[in-house]
Design a protein around this ligand. Sequence first.
Ligand SMILES: [Zn+2]
Length: 267
Amino acid sequence: MKRLYTLLLTLGLLLALSLTASGAGNGVRIFIDGTPLDAPASYISGSGTTMVPLRAVAEALGCTVAWDPVTATISISSPAPETSVPDGAPLVVLDPGHGGVYNGAEYSGVKEKDLNLAIAARTAELLEEEGVTVRMTRTSDQDVDLYARSGLANTLGADLFVSVHCNANVEHDDALGIYTCAYSEGTEGWQLAQTLHETMLEATGAADFGMEERPNLSVLRTAQVPAALVECGFMSTPSELALLVQPEYQAKLARGIADGILACLAQ
Ligand SMILES: [Zn+2]
């Protein structure tokens, strides 16, 4: 969210600096950095307020705009300099779930955010060894807005987006295994989730907790690139938590995630 505020502040400054709108009949002409913007109807309301379409302005400034009708949220992602990527190489965005004040699940003093980051970072290493460019939504224990996570993949035009989590079941302390999900069946995201499911099971020998459509998960709903979310195992099940904290087991999970991503990239 901080990022969005920063961007809006930047937008505000840019608008103040270089946006000039002048009346032309009932419409308003917009110039950005001196170039006329071919924007859909801008107008001046009865109260004298000038209305300018946010999408047209944001996109003219190089931002990516996503609209989430479910929560009536507009997310604008700015192309930050550190996110520029080399041309040609396949590009994957990995999203270690939670972070900062958001621990995710927490069992026996183990925080999900830390497991997610360890597994995702290992996955990134494996992918980079194979010549894949990887960008992470976070590389440390920091809070990242949900919309900024998919927003990074959207802004970069990533080939794939994978969100990495660990599961918990408050009712059953014996739930086990790998679970993957995507926005809906029949999408490229679903194919990605399916492939990840198979490669993660193969790499870990873990139990199969199945797959599911998750249209309500905002990182999946707002991703404009093929996106999947993986749950690496149940922190609420002591025997599986004992595995999840081991670097050796995290490496197996990472191998499984990397193999699934590589298989999808090769298609
Ligand atoms: Zn989670």
